[in-house]
Design a protein around this ligand. Structure first.
Ligand code: KIV
Ligand code: NA
Length: 275
């Protein structure tokens, strides 16, 4: 079992931490079998799995449903589940109720929350309840409607200094790890140096303690928009489309199912079907 202490040790030893999203059992199982350090049940599932155009429609029920599936296949990987939009900005009681449900029902190792400020207070409260928390700063997809879309954050020194303050704030609140999304590499490098907790980047350059990518993006599967910072490590879309097309062709031309795929009753039994 990978623990927060193991992840901290990797940072201290300069060993990169590898993280990816997963939304179901077979993906979690394959990733865990190939030695993935961290699996994130991201609310990106709203886009890549459920077909919404943002993460805003994703519910607590959605996260529990997918979180449980991933947890069953996660093996030794450290598992993180996103708290979805609107579940941690109300009263601390409501935040805690949602977090406890998500943590307990999924069996995840940690929950992830976007932002600092009042979110840092929520992080502190969750941690004091016994729930490990991963923080998320930079581009915050749940706030894209307010911040003006999916854009690089922290490009001016003023914004960058604010992000450094927020990073320290979430660390002080007790976060066990920080995800930095879509910020300049120099800023990500500076934050990685400043913090003692592991810092994981996505679209944040190579100077962080590790990387995270959305599974569908890294294997080239799906029809959603793929950001500039992604490298496609495989082209899963082509064999999937080819397989589906070949199946349809085989059914239509009668070559599937063949004799090898059918079940047979004894002739004497079959004969009785005709009276
Ligand atoms: O939901 C998600 O996939 C994420 C990653 C981009 C970090 O939060
Ligand atoms: Na997310």
């Amino acid at each position: 079992m990978t623990t927060t202490a193991d992840l901290m040790k990797k940072k201290q030893n300069g060993e990169k931490i590898v993280m990816m999203t997963a939304y179901d059992y077979p993906t979690a199982k394959m990733a865990a079998d190939s030695g993935m350090d961290v699996l994130l049940v991201g609310d990106s599932l709203g886009m890549v799995v459920l077909g919404y155009d943002s993460t805003v429609p994703v519910t607590l029920e959605d996260m529990i449903h997918h979180g449980k599936a991933v947890q069953r296949g996660a093996g030794d990987a450290f598992t993180v589940v996103d708290m979805p939009f609107g579940t941690y900005h109300g009263s601390i009681d409501r935040t805690l109720e949602a977090a406890v449900r998500l943590f307990r029902e999924t069996g995840a190792d940690a929950l992830k929350l976007e932002g600092a400020g009042i979110v840092a207070k929520a992080i502190g409260r969750l941690v004091s309840t016994g729930i490990p928390v991963v923080a998320h700063l930079g581009l915050l997809p749940q706030s894209a409607g307010v911040t003006g879309g999916y854009k690089v954050q922290g490009k001016t020194a003023q914004d960058a200094l604010r992000l450094i303050r927020e990073a320290k704030e979430v660390e002080e609140a007790g976060a066990c790890m920080l995800v930095l999304e879509c910020i300049p590499h120099q800023l990500a490098g500076r934050i990685t140096e400043e913090l003692s907790i592991p810092v994981i980047g996505i679209g944040a350059g190579a100077e962080t303690d590790g990387q995270v990518l959305v599974f569908h993006d890294l294997i080239g599967y799906g029809s959603h928009h793929v950001p500039k910072f992604v490298r496609r490590f495989a082209d899963a879309g082509t064999p999937i489309r080819d397989g589906i097309t070949a199946y349809a062709t085989a059914v239509r031309d009668g070559s599937f199912p063949a004799d090898a795929h059918r079940f047979t009753m004894k002739e004497e039994e079959a004969g009785k079907l005709y009276g």
